[in-house]
Design a protein around this ligand. Sequence first.
Ligand SMILES: *Cc1c(COP(=O)(O)O)cnc(C)c1O
Length: 228
Amino acid sequence: MICSNINTIKKTITETALRCGRDPSEITLVAVSKRMDTAKIQEAFQCGQRCFGENFVQEAREKIENLDPSIAWHFIGHLQSNKAMQAARLFTMIETVDRLKIARALNKYAAEHGKYLDILVQVNVGLENQKSGIKPEDGEKFMKDLTPLNNLKIKGLMTMPPYSPDPEKSRPHFRALKQIAAEFQQKGFFADNTSAVLSMGMTSDYIVAIEEGATLVRVGTGIFGKRT
Ligand SMILES: *Cc1c(COP(=O)(O)O)cnc(C)c1O
């Protein structure tokens, strides 16, 4: 089941990209495995899936330490500052950087270990009060504050629009994120100045996200089924 779900989603990603005149290879599927056990992740791995997303450091640690080291792990949850060091050690990319305190802790860990850590800045494009992410209006200042943190590689932006069963409701938010990324790119805020990573789209709206330029789509339920 997991394998056929992955294949179906990959096929949809390819078809959507081609329909939009995009290169399918620039879109990465992140399998969101929160609350799924290692056996399920292993099943996805055997099907060729190499990138997984987790929301909790503690929960992810056991999985990361027990599964194949070739897996790329993306942290997509809300990061607490007391977990930042551990997250920097375990994860390939932290997608949800939205506070300077967290960024500094991640940078400190990376610097102390002589490595570079890939991050995305999370933007609250929907301006929901309860949601993580910087406000678009604070974006430029935040990016400037991150500049001296030399061991962080700021690859792009991530967002999670307000939940709606109608994927079209997400479209303006995805479009807004892409617009912000284009501005930041022009200002030279990203590590790789030719292509900003845009992490947007989940099970319900990843097709719309690809139409709007997503390069990472984070799909959980569509791969593993409903979380209990
Ligand atoms: C849980 C989660 C997802 C996956 O959601 P699905 O609707 O199950 O695809 C994607 N992104 C984030 C940030 C999440 O927390």
